[in-house]
Design a protein around this ligand. Structure first.
Ligand code: MN
Length: 331
């Protein structure tokens, strides 16, 4: 497939390299040396070359995790988000035929995040925002979650603007790390399991808060084939229907996965996992992505282009679902 749109595609800048260095440094200094050039490249050629090889017409770019969300000082986070969004807009300006962007948002202040989202959508035509899950406010060990009541004005703004919000993993909160993973299970704490299990829980918290009942058109996107949730959706829904307890959501949980939540295939090239997601959510709610540069565009595309599904479904997941959700004009 030649003209795919991919939407979990990351970059970093020199000032945020320390944030991403720890994902590579245990692999050796040479790996890091190569990776840092790759992740900082936006329109310099390497990324575009790989997009061409993989049949990706457009990438929606986002600043790598956790960056803004990990800045403890709220004013610093607000300034940093503004600066990075301006940088991103300038970088992609000459190549808007190939690149779109998600805003980075200072969620330390829900009101400032709402303002910055609106500014980026109106000034730069960004397609939404990507938030790296919970943030820290003053205390680096204490997570502040997106379902907490102070975020209502932010979700109201996203719904008003009609801009989807991509919610992406970040390293697990310190207490979770200490209790569940310690120092001997780093591989499991990170992108193999821990980030996704933790983000899946944060997404369920958001659903449980009732925010999608208040803003019924609000759209969020999650990656990695749905952060473990599609596989467990029947049981989540069934248990919640049977014992609703403190869940504030009005509808059966699985219905939000057909109305408010979309997923991408980023970093999870599994046909059985995709089939599960298709059966729970339908192909209308699934979009191709690669998670570059943490994964390769080639692996994602070789897999996606060869899945034995109909061209109609592949066209939707590879391109038209994203174009529709993010209001991207197709040639
Ligand atoms: Mn990612």
């Amino acid at each position: 497939m030649k003209n795919k749109i991919a939407l979990e595609e990351h970059f970093a800048t020199e000032e945020y390299l320390q944030d991403v260095k720890r994902f590579f440094i245990r692999e050796g200094a040479d790996v890091w040396e190569k990776a840092k050039n790759t992740i900082c490249d936006i329109t310099g050629g390497e990324r575009l070359e790989k997009m061409d090889e993989a049949g990706i017409e457009k990438s929606i770019l986002s600043l790598s995790s956790p960056t803004i969300q990990a800045i403890c000082n709220t004013e610093d986070a607000i300034e940093a988000a503004k600066a990075i969004n301006e940088y991103t807009a300038n970088q992609i300006a000459p190549r808007r035929d190939r690149f779109e962007a998600f805003a980075a948002l200072p969620t330390q202040s829900p009101e400032a995040a709402a303002r910055e989202l609106e500014r980026c959508v109106k000034e730069y035509d960004f397609k939404g925002a990507l938030i790296n899950a919970y943030c820290n406010v003053d205390d680096p060990t204490k997570p502040v979650f997106l379902d907490e009541p102070q975020y209502e004005p932010f979700w109201a703004k996203a719904a008003e603007l009609g801009t989807p919000i991509y919610i992406h993993p970040r390293p697990v909160p310190q207490a979770v790390k200490d209790i569940m993973f310690g120092d001997n299970h780093f591989w499991m704490e990170t992108a193999a399991w821990g980030w996704h299990a933790n983000l899946g829980t944060q997404i369920l918290r958001l659903v449980s808060s009732g925010i999608f009942d208040k803003y019924t058109n609000l759209q969020i996107v999650i990656g990695h084939m749905g952060e473990l949730l599609p596989m467990f959706l029947w049981r989540i829904t069934n248990r919640c229907n049977t014992h609703k307890r403190d869940c504030l959501a009005e509808l059966p949980i699985n219905q939000y996965f057909q109305r408010n939540i979309s997923i991408t295939t980023s970093g999870n090239c599994s046909t059985p996992a995709l089939m599960c997601a298709m059966m729970e959510m339908s192909t209308d709610r699934i979009m191709f992505s690669t998670d570059y540069p943490y994964e390769t565009m080639k692996q994602a595309s070789d897999w996606f282009d060869n899945i034995p599904f109909s061209d109609i479904d592949k066209e939707k997941m590879g391109r038209t679902n994203a174009a529709e959700l993010f209001h991207i004009d197709l040639k």
